[in-house]
Write a protein that binds this ligand. Structure first.
Ligand SMILES: Nc1ncnc2c1ncn2[C@@H]1O[C@H](COP(=O)(O)OP(=O)(O)OP(=O)(O)O)[C@@H](O)[C@H]1O
Ligand SMILES: [Mg+2]
Length: 276
């Protein structure tokens, strides 16, 4: 099928039946807690009986599976090489919670030939819309084009920063790029590794000050997660769900309207941006 035919088929399908909400987790600086937030958010959303997929968008440097200590038998690179079908990729980690690994040592999404990329996106679309209420996308750090693409197409783009000035500046840089290049206005901010709520609020306010002055973005601060020195132990032990972390995140998530649906669907936006 030709690409333009695939695209119109996709818009038809999306117009008829849009039920999945896409949440992206991004940051300017690396190591601020995106993967831990994605995993713990997946736990929270799946507890209410919703089916949730964590999609590791850090293609080629995927690490959700490492956090869980699971080595998936099939990942996206197998799908792309024709060694797996899409329904073979999700790994179930707990009731209603699955993840798809982006593969390790694999070239970036943007480098794929267009026909392969379109095929991949269409299959993911079909699979997600039929099987999941939420897709949580863990993106690569920085202003990587995959991050800009995935975050700007999500219904709920979440940006994570820590109190470090470099993390705040890099979060601002990411928001600025997505806002200026892609016209996205609403961002949802979580401050991780904060000492307390006052510090987190100050961090969110300084980020907002920058954004208000230099962009047309609207920053919605939804909450914070405290710095916990035992967390590194959990990561080393490949047990990424921490009760305290999860409860604070749950409070942040309660400030989100999870029913946010964009007028235009996630997948057709991505395909348009890629010019396919
Ligand atoms: N609230 C926290 N308290 C203490 N340590 C934390 C907290 N959140 C994350 N960390 C630590 O930061 C490390 C990085 O976390 P994580 O891998 O989730 O970040 P990331 O943003 O996904 O990184 P990358 O950019 O490399 O993908 C973890 O190994 C963990 O030790
Ligand atoms: Mg990560």
């Amino acid at each position: 099928m030709k690409t333009d035919q695939q695209l119109s088929l996709l818009s038809l399908r999306e117009g008829r039946d849009l039920k999945t909400t896409y949440i992206s987790i991004s940051s300017g600086k690396g190591g601020v807690g995106k993967t831990l937030v994605a995993i713990n958010l997946g736990e929270i959303l799946s507890e209410s009986g919703k089916r949730v997929l964590i999609f590791d968008g850090d293609l080629g440097l995927s690490n959700v599976h490492l956090m869980y200590g699971i080595s998936p038998s099939k990942d996206l690179s197998d799908f792309i090489r024709g060694f797996a079908t899409i329904d073979e990729l999700p790994v179930e980690v707990s009731k209603n919670l699955f993840f798809i690994s982006g593969g390790s040592g694999f070239q970036s999404l943007a480098d794929l030939p267009k026909t392969q990329l379109t095929n991949l996106l269409l299959k993911l679309h079909e699979f997600a819309e039929e099987n999941f209420h939420y897709v949580i996308i863990d993106t690569p750090p920085g202003i990587h084009k995959t991050t800009v693409l995935l975050a700007s197409s999500a219904n709920i783009p979440i940006v994570i920063t820590t109190p470090e000035p470099t993390a705040i500046m890099d979060a601002y840089a990411l928001i600025k790029v997505i806002n200026k290049q892609e016209g996205v206005r609403d961002f949802y901010v979580i401050v991780n590794k904060a000492d307390n709520s006052a510090e987190a609020r100050t961090v969110a306010e300084s980020l907002e000050l920058l954004a208000v002055r230099y962009t047309s973005a609207r920053l919605n601060y939804i909450g914070y997660v405290r710095y916990r020195k035992n967390l590194i132990r959990r990561v080393i032990d490949q047990s990424p769900v921490d009760r305290g972390f999860k409860e604070e995140l749950r409070e942040a998530v309660s400030n989100l309207n999870l029913d946010v649906r964009a007028r235009e669907g996630f997948w057709s936006k991505i395909l348009k941006k890629l010019g396919v």
